[in-house]
Ligand binder design. Structure first.
Ligand SMILES: [Cu+2]
Ligand SMILES: [Zn+2]
Length: 239
C-alpha cells in the first residue's frame, strides 16, 4: 500500500513537472545552453581539434599556394602560405599571408586575394569557382575579400586580424580555396557587373585549398610577418 501511494505521488509529481515545462518558455540560460551544444556539435563534426590537445582552443588552418598550371611562364610563379587561426568558439579569424615569387620591382600594381567557393584545383585555378558568397551579396562584401596586397622585394608578408570569414559552423571556409590574382581588385567601383562579382582582378596566378593544420607554421611565420624592422619597412604603414 505504501508502495502504491509513493508511486502515485511520484506520478503526480512528474505530471506536474511536465505541465510546468509546457507553460514556461525556455529561459535565456537554456537557449544559451542549446546554442553551445549546437556549436560544439559542429566543432566535433568538422574539426578534430579540441581544447586540451595543445592548441589552447585555437583552430589552425594552412593553404599551401601553388602557381596555376594555366599561367604563362613569364607571369609571377607564386608560392608560399596563407595561414588562418581562430579561437573556438567566438573568436574572429586572423590570417598570415606569406607569399613569394613576385617581380622585385616595388612599384608594381596591387594583387587581389580572395576566398573562392570550391577547393578544386583540377584545372589550374579555374575550377575554384567564383568568390565564396554564402549570403548572396555583392563584391567586395564577400567574407573572403581580403583586398589588395603590394609585394615588396618580390614578397608579400602580411598579418590581418578581425576578418569577417570564419572557420567555424555552417559557413566555414575549410576545404575552400584561396586565389591570388594578377591584377588589383577594383573593390566594386569598376562600374560594371564583373566589378560587383569579382573586382575585375584578372587572371588567377596561384591558388590553394584551406586545410586543418597544427600551430607549427603559425609559430614559424607570424614573427616574420609582424617584425617590420626585420623586413626593412621601417615605420611606414602598409596596406
Ligand atoms: Cu578571386
Ligand atoms: Zn568578392
Amino acid at each position: 500500500m505504501l508502495l502504491l501511494l509513493s508511486l502515485a505521488a511520484g506520478l503526480a509529481l512528474s505530471a506536474s513537472a511536465v505541465t510546468t515545462e509546457k507553460e514556461t518558455p525556455p529561459s535565456q540560460e537554456s537557449l544559451h545552453d542549446i546554442q553551445k551544444k549546437v556549436t560544439d556539435l559542429w566543432q566535433n563534426l568538422l574539426y578534430p581539434v579540441t581544447p586540451g590537445n595543445g592548441t589552447e582552443g585555437m583552430i589552425y588552418a594552412a593553404c599551401e599556394m601553388k602557381p596555376s598550371s594555366k599561367i604563362d611562364a613569364d607571369k609571377p610563379q607564386v608560392t608560399g602560405q596563407v595561414l588562418f587561426r581562430q579561437y573556438y568558439s567566438h573568436g574572429r579569424l586572423e590570417a598570415v599571408f606569406h607569399l613569394d615569387g613576385f617581380p622585385l620591382d616595388n612599384n608594381q600594381s596591387g594583387r587581389a586575394i580572395h576566398i573562392h567557393e570550391l577547393g578544386d584545383l583540377s584545372r589550374g585555378c579555374d575550377a575554384t569557382g567564383g568568390h565564396y558568397n554564402p549570403f548572396s551579396v555583392n563584391h567586395p562584401r564577400h567574407p573572403g575579400d581580403f583586398g589588395n596586397f603590394f609585394p615588396k622585394e618580390g614578397k608579400i608578408r602580411k598579418y590581418k586580424t578581425n576578418l569577417p570569414a570564419t572557420m567555424l559552423g555552417p559557413y566555414s571556409i575549410m576545404g575552400r580555396s584561396v586565389v591570388i590574382h594578377e591584377q588589383e581588385d577594383d573593390m566594386g567601383k569598376g562600374n560594371n557587373k564583373a566589378s560587383l562579382e569579382n573586382g575585375n582582378a584578372g587572371k588567377r596566378l596561384a591558388c590553394c585549398v584551406i586545410g586543418i593544420c597544427s600551430k607549427n607554421l603559425w609559430e614559424e611565420k607570424l614573427p616574420e610577418v609582424t617584425d617590420k624592422k626585420k623586413r626593412g619597412l621601417g615605420k611606414r604603414a602598409q596596406n
